[in-house]
Design a protein around this ligand. Structure first.
Ligand code: R5P
Length: 283
């Protein structure tokens, strides 16, 4: 068995290799002067079970994944498992308006062409796994994020919308604290509205948990609400930290005390390693 780490997820590949005692296949991965990607697998992986690890965000990493899959297939591996720590395009999981592409389905179809099994982490909605025509599984970062939060003496976990409520419930069980949720309406890709709500946050240390922080709009509004209600400290935690545009600035100005994400997308805020959540699915 071999692990092939793409450039977006090389540290997760190393963590998985250590945890599962599987060798990392030697590769050459580089970009031509015109930025096109090149990959060559140097180890003999013929008839081996191969695990490719690559986040598909932003777009160039998706093309890298397709080429990694092709290289492994051309080398005649016995099986290909694709681990996608962050599956980009998952949020367009239906036609919200006539004429739209169902991006989550389109990309899943392409990845499935060269995969025997797909594993991803906290997909935006669980049903996107059905878009893969190969067997697809997910795991969650919530237990690991909760372990990190245990050190922070959290009084309450807040879900920024009802969709995130199960995550908040799960975290609150691990941390042994209360949970609540906000009422959010998305206006467009970068604007959200949050209904003011009676929150019991006075003097409390609160962690907001979401699957994704993209523009930071959702988190920033939730942080402001909590501060308005007298919260002492507010942590913003997510599995996938995209931090698009001025997201970090928005969160800081809203009064966030710490931003926490996993390393599904590597950033300065990757405080939680995801490999231990993925490893059991590879055993
Ligand atoms: C939406 O349902 C997701 O769970 C996140 O709340 C959303 O993707 C966050 O996006 P943004 O940071 O742009 O508000």
């Amino acid at each position: 068995m071999y692990i092939v780490g793409g450039t977006a997820s090389s540290s997760i590949a190393k963590d998985l290799s250590k945890a599962l005692k599987i060798s990392i296949a030697q590769t050459i991965q580089k970009r031509f002067p015109d930025k096109e990607f090149y990959v060559r697998v140097l180890d003999d992986i013929k008839s081996e079970d191969v695990v490719i690890v690559q986040t598909t965000y932003p777009d160039p990493n998706l093309v890298e994944l397709f080429l990694l899959q092709n290289a492994v297939e051309e080398a005649k591996a016995k099986s290909i498992t694709v681990v996608i720590p962050y599956y980009g395009y998952a949020r367009q999981d239906t036609k919200f308006q006539d004429g739209e592409a169902i991006s989550a389905k389109a990309i899943a179809g392409l990845i499935s062409l060269n995969a025997d099994k797909v594993i991803t982490v906290d997909p935006h909605k669980e049903h996107i796994l059905d878009f893969f025509s190969t067997s697809a599984f997910s795991c969650t970062a919530v237990p690991e994020i909760s372990k990190y939060l245990l050190k922070k003496k959290i009084d309450m976990i807040l879900a920024p919308d009802k969709g995130a409520l199960n995550r908040a419930k799960e975290a609150s069980k691990i941390i042994d604290c209360d949970f609540d949720h906000m009422e959010k309406t998305r206006i467009d890709g970068s604007t959200v509205e949050m209904k003011p709500k009676q929150l019991d946050a006075q003097n409390k240390t609160v962690a907001i948990i979401d699957d994704i922080i993209s523009t930071g709009g959702t988190m920033a509004l939730a942080i402001k609400e909590l501060k308005k209600h007298g919260a002492k400290k507010v942590y913003a935690a997510c599995t996938h930290g995209l931090f698009a545009g001025d997201a970090i600035k928005k969160l800081s100005s809203a009064g966030c005390d710490e931003i926490i994400s996993t390393d599904t997308i590597q950033s300065d805020f990757s405080r939680v390693n995801i490999a231990s959540c993925i490893a059991p699915l590879l055993k």
